[in-house]
Ligand binder design. Structure first.
Ligand SMILES: [Zn+2]
Length: 192
């Protein structure tokens, strides 16, 4: 079943001066329903990434990951907070949706904060290729962030308004509904 983008939603996200959609946010496809313009997908990505950065900065100063041991030996952890859940989802979705070379760039640039010069040197790419890849990454992830079922990352207010759920699994496209909606169990793993 394909996801249907809402006309007024894409209009609100589209870049006014976009040469592809003239600010309307939709592209006609030859067959099937209209597709969101790439400027819309990039806007979704940017909103999610800004939120990710915001969560990461909060984590340093304010919130602490609430980690609880469950069942002694098992060392399973419960992350009880929505911000952490969002950060885990953000990284997991990227890991799962991007191919290896895209994910390498994603990690360097978005998670580790390396600027384009450092990325190009480290990854042995030229500037044009690097930015071309960034666009591709943003568009790919923007689409998944919005279309993911049943818990899309975007719109952010819906994500953050919802109950805490199990984080996105690494290789499942849709998730079964969680048996315990208040418990979030993920292996504790450093993002960077
Ligand atoms: Zn556009």
């Amino acid at each position: 079943m394909s996801f249907e983008w809402n006309r007024s939603e894409v209009l609100g996200l589209a870049k006014e001066a976009c040469t592809q959609c003239q600010g309307y946010g939709l592209r006609r496809s030859r067959s099937g329903p209209a597709e969101p313009c790439q400027c819309v997908l990039r806007a979704v990505f940017r909103a999610c990434f800004n939120k990710f950065r915001h969560c990461a900065s909060l984590e340093k100063y304010v919130s602490r990951v609430r980690v609880e041991q469950v069942n002694g030996k098992d060392h399973k952890q419960i992350w009880g907070m929505k911000n952490e859940e969002f950060m885990v989802d953000f990284c997991r979705i990227a890991e799962r949706s991007l191919d290896e070379s895209e994910h390498r760039i994603f990690r360097f640039h978005y998670l580790l904060g390396a600027d384009w010069k450092l990325c190009c040197r480290r990854l042995n790419m030229d500037r044009g290729n690097f930015f071309h890849m960034l666009y591709r990454i943003q568009q790919k992830l923007g689409r998944v962030f919005r279309e993911l079922q049943p818990y899309a990352l975007f719109p952010l207010d819906e994500y953050f308004g919802g109950a805490i759920h199990k984080p996105v699994q690494s290789n499942l496209l849709s998730m079964p509904s969680p048996a315990r909606p208040n418990a979030l169990k993920v292996p504790l793993r450093k993002v960077a």
